[in-house]
Design a protein around this ligand. Structure first.
Ligand code: DC
Length: 228
């Protein structure tokens, strides 16, 4: 079994890297943030903006989140409805990071993600994959880029999908989310000692993929896990 773990800041290009590596290495890619985003969307639709541990506990049984695949594309469903596009809005990213501080929600994410990783040769991305979800992953990356660069990427993405976006607001929202993800009590984002740090502020997506691909091949080959 091959397990690759990718963590990093919002907008650091984790998704693109995982898509690139999963194609080249024939792995399934699970975007674990989508699970929290689906939970965030659920609470957002009910009109909640503050998420308490009690609220999560009360609603957890009504929250059926599943992840399917259409080819390589992850389809995230909330109570049988495909929410894959809706959850990409920045406001839902904000909701997701508020949900992420709640232990019960995070334990659900960990459970779904580990079950996935036991079934497939895969690459997972999130905030606590290298540290908590897959501490024994074969290869671990920690991605970062400057805040300005990450905000611009998220802003351009939102515009391309037809969502409203304001660059300054995106920047503030990302900074707030980063802070919450790093400082939460349960399963915060950390850069583990055995993760390879990749700052791609001045790298293209393709350069990031190629760089990480070479390192992955080296590591898998050392472990005798390279498929012929
Ligand atoms: O990667 P993303 O922007 O889709 O993640 C949305 C939020 O969910 C983000 O603020 C951090 C949180 N998250 C997390 O805490 N742990 C994960 N494994 C994945 C996402």
């Amino acid at each position: 079994m091959i397990n690759i773990a990718v963590d990093g800041f919002s907008g650091s290009g984790k998704g693109e890297l995982c898509r690139g590596l999963s194609e080249k290495l024939n792995l399934k890619h699970l975007d674990t943030g989508a699970i929290l985003r689906a939970m965030g969307l659920y609470f957002y639709k009910l009109g909640f903006t503050e998420i308490s541990e009690e609220l999560v506990e009360e609603h957890l049984n009504n929250l059926n989140i599943t992840v399917d695949f259409e080819g390589d594309k992850q389809i995230t469903k909330l109570n049988d409805e495909d929410v894959s596009l809706e959850i990409r809005q920045e406001i839902i990213g904000q909701m997701a990071s508020r949900v992420a501080v709640r232990q019960k929600a995070m334990m659900k994410l960990i459970e779904i993600s580990r079950e996935f990783a036991e079934k497939y040769d895969c690459i997972l991305d999130g905030r606590n994959i290298t540290s908590e979800v897959l501490p024994d992953a074969d290869v671990k990356f920690f991605l970062t880029a400057s805040l300005d660069c990450r905000a611009k990427r998220r802003h351009d993405f939102a515009i391309s999908k037809g969502f409203e976006s304001n660059l300054q607001e995106v920047k503030e929202s990302l900074a707030e989310r980063d802070d919450r993800d790093i400082h939460r009590d349960f399963s915060p984002m950390i850069q583990t000692e055995d993760s390879i740090l990749v700052d791609n502020t001045n790298m293209t997506i393709q350069e990031t993929i190629d760089y990480c691909y070479d390192l992955t091949i080296q590591k898998l080959s050392t472990l005798g896990k390279l498929k012929s």
